[in-house]
Design a protein around this ligand. Structure first.
Ligand SMILES: CC(C)(COP(=O)(O)OP(=O)(O)OC[C@H]1O[C@@H](n2cnc3c(N)ncnc32)[C@H](O)[C@@H]1OP(=O)(O)O)[C@@H](O)C(=O)NCCC(=O)NCCS
Length: 182
């Protein structure tokens, strides 16, 4: 099957694409977003799409640029791959999309990570994504005075090298990082 790999800003997505994405993400509080709300909320993201020849969505991932990790007072910006979902499953589309995303971010020299629960560790490993097992648990999000532990387990190395990789490797329960989405 032929496919197209496209990158769109939120404002370039067609209304049916937005409703398909919201439907497959399945996040209750976002499900009823109208296209305008969606475009505003994700205006700092890119949507990486795998589509059929007939422009049907097969798989999608969001790259969030509003993201960094604070480690020991130093801020490390990463592009965050989030919301990877296949509309048509078990046909190799997520694998193809991951490969395209990796190639694209590598050519643009954009340091990028994602997160995953352990039950998908083998999926990512199988498709050649580097993994820092368990390291997502060394990352916390600030909510008021509280620190919230990540729900994910692993950090996925979508495109990471040099000092960024060294910084992630320093994460530990004794030296945790702070997630910053501002
Ligand atoms: C995970 C997901 C994106 C995979 O998409 P997909 O297009 O079906 O995946 P592909 O067809 O490219 O790859 C399928 C392969 O991965 C394997 N795979 C899929 N889910 C797996 C899992 N949980 N654990 C191990 N392997 C898995 C399949 O066994 C298959 O391997 P095979 O080809 O050797 O049989 C899809 O199941 C999905 O949309 N899930 C819901 C959202 C989600 O969990 N996203 C990930 C967030 S981190």
């Amino acid at each position: 099957m032929n496919y197209q790999y496209l990158i769109k800003a939120a404002k370039e997505l067609r209304d049916p694409e937005i409703s398909t994405i919201l439907n497959y993400w399945g996040i209750e509080e976002w499900k009823h977003f109208d296209p305008g709300t969606f475009k505003e909320k994700f205006k700092e993201s890119e949507f990486h799409l795998l589509c059929s020849d007939h422009s049907d969505l097969l798989s999608v991932g969001r790259i969030n640029f509003k993201f960094s990790i604070n480690l020991d007072g130093e801020s490390w910006p990463f592009a965050e791959l989030v919301g990877l979902v296949s509309i048509v499953k078990q046909k190799g589309f997520a694998r193809k999309l991951l490969k395209e995303i990796q190639g694209n971010l590598h050519s643009r020299q954009i340091q990028s990570i994602g997160f995953s629960a352990t039950d998908l560790r083998e999926f990512y490993r199988k498709w050649g994504i580097g993994i820092l097992p368990g390291k997502a648990k060394d990352l916390f999000e600030k909510s008021g005075d509280n620190l919230i532990e990540s729900e994910d387990d692993d950090i996925l190395l979508i495109n990471v090298n040099g000092n960024h990789l060294a910084a992630l490797n320093m994460l530990s329960p004794e030296a945790p990082g702070l997630l910053d989405f501002s």
